[in-house]
Write a protein that binds this ligand. Structure first.
Ligand SMILES: [Zn+2]
Length: 340
């Protein structure tokens, strides 16, 4: 029912002109965006095939979300939170999402159900995924989100058509990296720890064709009219290794510094992506899936200190702006179509 769109394997047509906002003049600090994917524990359980008690499914909203909000507010950087519609309909979660929006952060759409095969959903299913989450977020803040990130970086032409049709201003589903196979191998090693995980079929992480897209924000023109701004998640120069919080936590502060320096040198706006799992206290959850894994098992205090270091370095070397605010000052290059 949800598969078989024959157009979904084609790459969207891309205007390859990089974009520099007029304000990013030589000497000024480059622009960085902090994005947070609010994947909850139930979504991780589906992704890796482990079981959770119903009461545990919301663990990352109850444990990690308040800790991350406090850290962001302490460092003083704004962030865009990409929420799942299913979570945004829970009363306690609604209060948390309303609170971050009231504090000056932004909410964006991360789909309704976090489908493991999002890239291959047909257009009607994509429309449902986008619309249901959109309505749930609009119910909280009184207006629909303008940004979207697909689960598993699963961008497709059908998705971009849906987003353009629904008036979205940007998509941030693209990870222009050739390391999809490596990420899939690491994913498989995690799933192998669970009986159900061994048999899960899914389409996560970038495809080889995603590699050849620009790393800078760029408009994507649709063949049947309209366009949308693609704001890729950050990758390193040359090798295009993912430059996001979890990878930096695993590979260390030197990896973060090298990628930060490279991103600053390029002087184009970039997305630093975080996940709730990056700051979760999995020791408190005491679930067998997370035991014995050095990334998950670190103390919440140590994770918070590492993330604080990353955010403070971003704040001191870049202008960390809310993507939603930056859209108002963004100017496309003269020969590109206007961005909706
Ligand atoms: Zn996600």
């Amino acid at each position: 029912m949800t598969q078989g769109d024959p157009t979904s394997s084609k790459s969207p047509p891309v205007n390859r002109l990089p974009i520099r906002p007029a304000q990013d003049t030589p000497g000024s600090k480059p622009i960085a965006f902090v994005h947070v994917d609010l994947d909850n524990l139930w979504a991780l359980a589906e992704c890796y095939g482990f079981d959770v008690e119903p009461a545990q499914g919301n663990f990352l909203y109850s444990d990690a979300f308040p800790r991350l909000r406090a850290l962001l507010d302490d460092v003083g950087v704004p962030a865009t939170f990409f929420a799942l519609g299913r979570d945004a309909r829970d009363q306690n979660n609604r209060r948390q999402l309303a609170a971050v929006a009231a504090a000056g952060h932004a909410l964006a759409n991360h789909s309704d159900s976090h489908s493991l095969d999002f890239r291959h959903l047909n257009e009607a299913a994509l429309e449902r995924e986008v619309a249901l989450a959109e309505q749930s977020l609009a119910d909280i803040v009184g207006k629909p989100p303008v940004g979207f990130r697909a689960p598993g970086y699963g961008r497709s032409p059908g998705l971009l058509r849906v987003l353009v049709r629904r008036g979205y201003r940007y998509d941030s589903s693209l990870m222009p990296s050739p390391f999809g196979p490596v990420l899939r191998l690491l994913d498989w090693r995690l799933r192998r720890r669970t009986p159900r995980g061994r048999v899960i079929r899914k389409a996560q992480f970038p495809r080889v064709s995603d590699t050849w897209n620009p790393r800078a924000p760029h408009p994507v023109r649709m063949p049947d009219g309209g366009s949308i701004l693609e704001i890729p998640t950050a990758v390193s120069p040359l090798l295009r290794l993912p430059f996001q919080a979890s990878v930096c936590m695993i590979l260390g502060r030197a990896y973060f510094e090298v990628n930060l320096a490279a991103s600053i040198a390029r002087r184009v706006p970039f997305v630093f992506l975080m996940h709730l799992a990056d700051i979760a206290d999995f020791r408190a959850l005491d679930h067998p899936f997370f035991r014995g894994n050095t990334f998950f098992e670190g103390s919440a205090a140590a994770k918070t200190a590492t993330l604080r270091h990353f955010l403070e370095r971003l704040a001191s070397t870049c202008r960390v702006l809310l993507t939603e605010d930056w859209l108002g000052q963004f100017e496309p290059p003269p020969d590109s179509p206007p961005v909706p």
